[in-house]
Design a protein around this ligand. Structure first.
Ligand code: BGC
Length: 823
């Protein structure tokens, strides 16, 4: 059987509503820039848009260029009032990227990083369709997603919201997802343009990056999004080479419109505008979520002549053109559908299974049989880890706990927490005077204060855990020995207070602080305000002693079961980076102790991105599930018990530790020094860095095991004018049906005098093969993938000459090699 696929442009027909679109499909495949599209202020749009523009007053035009308060808010992030008089409807803009974020329930899909792990653009398309359909059903017009910033650092807080460290994979997925979203009539917004690869100082960091690196890596995903007609682009918070992304002419006009032919509109990230004239003239069209710069300031600038109204018209024209394309101006958009929660759940389950990545499986630990009993351990065994924090959090239709799902399949299941997230009561005897630390109620309008001492019998590490019912900014103030334990995060920070573990099971908000306490008395002062509604709070603790007790209970349970499934977590959120790749809290010690007690321990990772695993060799299996969405428990169980093959592969390299990865050891490279950061690794990001430096990752890019085995044979590569066809035969040599993801990597061109990677991913194919089945596949590698960016010529240069071609099961497991003359 033979099967050919292009991994760059899988769909020739754009399934967009509303008629013809002028997108630069050629820009993603060809080497020449397309014609400009609406980049000049005087360039006309279609007759309907021009007609409306002619009838709009200056105030009305300006009202279309910035966000406002929605009088009928559905809980979405943004709103732009329309102009009723002229039949221009309002726009409601809701966050993604793992579902539609409004106040109502929606399908909580697996995080994009899990979707990406399936290496399957068709699945990304269906993921997009679910969001597109639900967005329309939930009263939205624009989705603030997908995010396509590359995973550059393992610490970045939003790695779960995006796809990969590899630009080809990210481009394929973003394009397919956008086609899915927009195919349902919802405008997609690719974000955050560009170089928003970390959360640390994201509002201000100045990313210094050279042209070649920018075009070969980060920009490719955005270009692919433009190539399939994304309606909107969201500008990033950060600066790029000295200029805020939201007022960078290079990004917003020269590249986006001039080179790629983008004809939609550019909005800011939330509160990312910094100027009126500079931003508008540079190519920004809409300020979100308010009108600080594009409201009255813009009106005055037009009236006093410092900004030409032609720039206002240009921005309005771009917005209206997209609305017109989606049938929002003439009522031709299809009526809003009803939600199809069942269909959404089915896709959520399929994606979570397809992306489930089995990192290790020794001694036939998996699949589980259930015989001999299972000890389930870990806090996320009972708390379903649906999604990460920040603007990516969706209100799920439901979320089952993995423990319940496992119990429904196996008779003998025990559960121990192992790692305490919410703390234990502080013994009353250690407080003088004692107070009700478990349920302190403060009446409305009242202030409650405490001034006493906490006496500690042994020096120990304490984690203080505050649970409170008030708004985060009105939480009790707690001082220990004069130090405030839970200070407010600066700026926008409190909005991003973590995901799952920032709320107790009963819904109270939670904050934690870990300190080393000396033996003896410590002063403790608390002030809590009742506010308008009163508040309830608790102050708890986790100590070295309670941790040891929790681990001992888990070890005991592990000893008395044949198999252990240990759920480990890491709770990432927008607005914060991690400080280490280690699992948080006491989890490493817990896993070590449990795996030592029972080598048939499977660790299920509900983490945002890569983590280090000092305990790896003592475990039986490790299953990476990331944030698996509302069907995560069912998907995890389906993989653990072998109902399906774990279908995922890593879309990012996993470093062994904090000292060995592309941004380690150089603060200028990450997180930046004095507000500046240099992408000095250049084009050698992700697996390219490990190859260039000869550093072994813990797990390489592309890694992921199956329950069956595959062999790869008969590699051939043929150059023709459209690119390179790489053919190989994949054989399922094992006893079960399974998923193979052969990956094609290509080496440097001998003809280019430009920096080139040791090898780059040039194509891949996800295959489901029956036991014994053989399949011949041809992976088409586009010319763009074989090209490098020549900064001197400001263009792409095809890497001609004899080039190595490898096929492997990962970037670190290359099985076959050939070479081919390109050009
Ligand atoms: C995030 C965006 C998001 C926006 C609206 C920002 O803080 O960076 O990704 O779309 O908020 O919620």
């Amino acid at each position: 059987m033979s099967d050919t696929v292009s991994t760059v442009s899988r769909r020739s027909a754009l399934r967009l509503l509303g008629g013809a679109i002028a997108v630069a499909a050629a820009a993603t495949s060809g080497l020449t820039p397309p014609a400009h599209a609406l980049d000049r202020p005087d360039q006309a749009a279609g007759p309907r848009v021009e007609g409306l523009l002619a009838g709009l007053t200056l105030d009305e035009k300006i009202s279309l260029l910035h966000g406002a308060t929605d009088p009928d808010s559905l809980g979405q992030a943004g709103y732009v009032p329309g102009v009723k008089r002229l039949g221009i409807p309002p726009l409601r803009l809701a966050d993604g990227p793992a579902g539609v974020r409004v106040t109502k329930h929606a399908t909580a899909l697996p995080a994009p990083v899990l979707l990406a792990a399936a290496f399957d653009p068709d699945l990304a398309h269906r993921y997009g369709r679910v969001i597109g359909h639900e967005g329309r059903a939930l009263g939205q017009d624009v989705l603030l997603s997908p995010m396509v910033n590359l995973i550059r650092t393992p610490y970045a807080g939003r790695n779960f919201e995006t796809f990969s460290e590899d630009p080809l994979l990210a481009s394929d997925l973003v394009a397919a997802e956008i086609e899915g979203i927009q195919g349902e009539g919802l405008v997609a917004t690719v974000k955050h343009y560009a170089m928003n690869n970390q959360e640390q100082d994201r509002m201000s960091i100045d990313v210094r990056v050279d042209e070649q690196t920018m075009h070969e890596l980060e920009l490719r995903g955005f270009e692919a999004a433009v190539g399939v007609g994304t309606g909107a682009v969201m500008g990033a918070y950060n600066k790029v080479n000295g200029t805020f992304a939201c007022e960078s002419k290079t990004l917003l006009t020269d590249i986006l419109r001039g080179r790629w032919g983008f004809d939609g509109w550019v909005m800011t990230d939330w509160f990312a505008a910094h100027s009126t004239k500079e931003a508008l003239v540079a190519g920004l069209d809409m300020e979100m979520p308010d009108g600080t710069y594009f409201g009255t300031a813009l009106k005055s600038a037009v009236q006093n002549g410092s900004v030409s109204e032609r720039y206002v018209d240009r921005a309005v024209r771009r917005i209206l053109s997209v609305m017109d394309r989606f049938g929002l101006l003439d009522g031709s958009a299809p009526p809003r559908p009803d939600r199809d929660a069942k269909a959404g759940a089915a896709v959520a389950l399929e994606v979570a299974k397809a992306g489930a990545t089995l990192l290790r499986n020794e001694r036939h630990t998996l699949p589980l049989t259930g015989r001999g009993g299972i000890a389930v351990i870990g806090p996320t065994g009972t708390l379903p880890f649906v999604s990460g924090g920040g603007s990516a959090h969706v209100v799920p239709d439901h979320a089952d706990s993995p423990l319940d799902v496992i119990k429904s399949r196996v008779a003998k299941v025990t559960y121990t927490m192992g790692e305490d997230l919410f703390g234990k009561a502080i013994p009353a005897a250690s407080l003088s005077p004692a107070f009700d630390t478990e349920a302190q109620q403060v009446g409305a309008g009242k202030t409650w204060t405490y001034d006493g001492t906490l006496t500690v019998s042994d020096a120990d590490e304490w984690t203080f855990v505050l649970h409170f019912s008030a708004a985060p900014t009105a939480r009790p103030k707690v001082l220990l020995d004069g130090e405030e334990l839970f200070p407010l995060a600066p700026g926008y920070g409190e909005y991003f207070s973590g995901g799952l573990v920032s709320a107790a099971p009963d819904g109270l908000s939670v904050r934690r602080k870990t300190l080393s306490l000396t033996k003896g008395a410590h002063t403790l002062q608390i002030t809590a305000q009742g506010g308008d509604a009163g508040q309830l709070f608790r102050l708890r603790r986790i100590t070295g002693a309670t941790r040891a007790q929790d681990v001992a209970e888990a070890v005991k349970a592990a000893r008395s079961a044949r198999d252990v499934v240990l759920f480990a977590y890491e709770d990432a959120t927008e607005g914060q980076d991690r400080t280490t790749v280690a699992l948080p809290g006491n989890q490493n010690r817990l896993i070590e102790a449990v795996a030592a007690a029972n080598p048939r321990t499977t660790v299920v990772l509900n983490t945002s991105s890569s983590t280090s695993m000092p305990w790896l060799r003592s475990t039986g299996a490790v299953l990476q599930m990331y944030y698996p969405g509302q069907e995560g428990a069912a998907a995890t169980a389906a993989v653990l018990f072998g109902d399906c093959d774990p279908g995922g592969r890593l879309t990012q390299s996993f470093p062994a530790d904090d000292a060995h990865h592309p941004v380690a050891g150089d603060p200028l490279r990450y997180p930046g020094v004095d507000g500046t950061e240099e992408y000095s690794e250049g084009i050698h990001a992700g697996y390219r860095w490990y190859d260039a430096e000869g550093v072994r990752p813990l797990f390489p890019f592309g890694h992921g095991l199956s329950y069956t085995s595959f062999s790869y044979d008969d590699l051939s590569a043929r150059w023709h004018r459209q690119g390179l066809d790489v053919s190989l035969t994949v054989h399922n040599t094992g006893p079960r049906a399974g998923v193979a993801v052969p990956q094609v990597y290509v080496g440097p061109s001998p003809d280019l005098q430009l920096d080139q990677a040791v090898r780059v991913l040039a194509g891949y194919r996800r295959l489901v093969l029956r036991p014994g089945e053989r399949r011949r596949v041809t992976v088409r590698v586009a010319a763009r993938t074989l090209s490098s960016w020549d900064a001197k010529r400001h263009g792409w240069a095809l890497g001609t000459g004899r080039r190595s071609v490898w096929v492997g099961a990962s970037a670190g497991d290359l099985r076959m090699r050939t070479s081919v003359k390109v050009g």
